[in-house]
Write a protein that binds this ligand. Sequence first.
Ligand code: NAP
Length: 276
Amino acid sequence: MKILITGATGQLGSLIIEQLLQKRPAGQVIAGVRNQERAKRYTDQGLEVRFVDYDQPESLAAAFNGITHLLLISSSHKDDQVRLLQHKFVIQASKQAGVQHLLYTSFAFPPQGPIPPNHVHLLSEQAIMESGLEYTFLRNALYMDVVAVFGLNEAVAGGELITPPGEWSFNAVTRQDLACGTAAVLASGGGQHKRIYELTASRPWNFTALAEALAELTGKQVVHRTSAECKHFIYDFLGRIDTASTSADLEHLLGRPVTGLKDSIRPFVQSAAGKK
Ligand code: NAP
């Protein structure tokens, strides 16, 4: 078994490799990177590093030579059309190189029915299904990083977490939990064909719970209040995706509950630094 992880120098890729090395021999894990200089920590660890740049399709099949399981971490390019093309290059090269099983980090609870023409994740999933490769989809929830735009530090300072009105509900989890879940899939045989995981929190949380977690974390009074004056483009985005649906898939993979809200938001709260 040879597992290659693309985007291995990124935040999610790094965490997945760290977790995977606790479960599989280093000889089975290969870091796919586009910037060799950023991969020094892997070479120092004795890991095999291969050059994988989605924008250089002609080099991909050779990079995937001998790989049995390939985890395609979705591209971080800003333009979704470019992302889709990059993903298609990886899919084609995987097929050409004889990769047995392709795993793809998709997005949790996509819309049902006809695929919206700009939905990069559903279109990538479709391209993988049409490729004839064995596949597993790891549909990741929103990263917990989303809380950074909710004004947590202002809420602690002012005693109020102010958000727009509405029934907001979140399934967001930490990258660390997503990485642990993904490493568990990779380590246990490399993924089950046609399996789709919805990697989200098992129970949704809301702004009231977030204010409570902030108060508990900082020891200060923080309450939640809505205001129509509160505007940020993130809410338009959040309103267009399913942030509320939940699944126990991640919890099952982890063999424990997902990280609680208080601990998950700790890195985003300045006054909580160092607090228990
Ligand atoms: P990240 O830290 O930005 O890492 C992205 C990785 O993709 C980096 O390693 C980057 O390489 C690599 N990459 C970008 N363009 C590439 C190319 N042309 N060829 C090969 N590799 C390329 O992002 P992350 O936090 O690990 O997240 C992983 C992915 O999840 C993102 O790329 C994005 O698609 C998606 N995402 C999900 C959420 C969510 O809330 N679920 C939020 C944001 C993003 P370098 O290290 O060389 O830059």
